[in-house]
Design a protein around this ligand. Structure first.
Ligand code: ZN
Length: 148
């Protein structure tokens, strides 16, 4: 089990060092996220096309968990519909908060973050990008998005 934990940590550190989709998408829906508990900040960019997430990217600064989570999430979301993205949010949230969940193999690469459920203060780090995504996707309605 400790080998597995080491492997997970390696994946998380790798995504922290070289986050995927770490860029700005011009003209995309932009959503800020902040986790005051840890100081993680990110800006998420979601480009929808016909109800499908065509492209998703992020920028920001934070701890390794928050960055790795955002990196893995953006990989997982491309090509998903808004409904699928929300369903994935629910699955991911259940995985990182449930005490009695088994190995979360059904979430693929995202399951490297299952270990945070042992560390309650880290759950917010891992879920920051996901809460931000949920808000960003919710903007994709027929109503025009106001930036105030
Ligand atoms: Zn954090």
């Amino acid at each position: 089990m400790s080998e597995l934990t080491d492997l997970y940590q390696e994946v998380i550190l790798d995504h922290n060092r070289r986050p995927h989709n770490f860029r700005v998408i011009e003209g995309a829906t932009r959503q800020e996220g902040y986790n005051p508990l840890c100081g993680d900040r990110l800006t998420l960019y979601v480009a929808m096309d016909g109800g499908v997430i065509k492209d998703v990217a992020f920028q920001g600064s934070g701890c390794a968990i928050s960055k790795a989570s955002a990196s893995l999430m953006t990989d997982a979301l491309k090509g998903k519909t808004a409904d699928e993205a929300r369903a994935l949010f629910d699955q991911f949230h259940a995985m990182i908060t449930s005490d009695h969940a088994g190995p979360a193999a059904d979430l693929g690469k995202l399951s490297v973050l299952a270990g945070v459920r042992e560390f309650p203060t880290r759950i917010k780090c891992a879920s920051l990008a996901w809460h931000t995504m949920k808000a960003a996707v919710a903007h994709d309605t027929d109503a025009p998005v106001s930036t105030e």
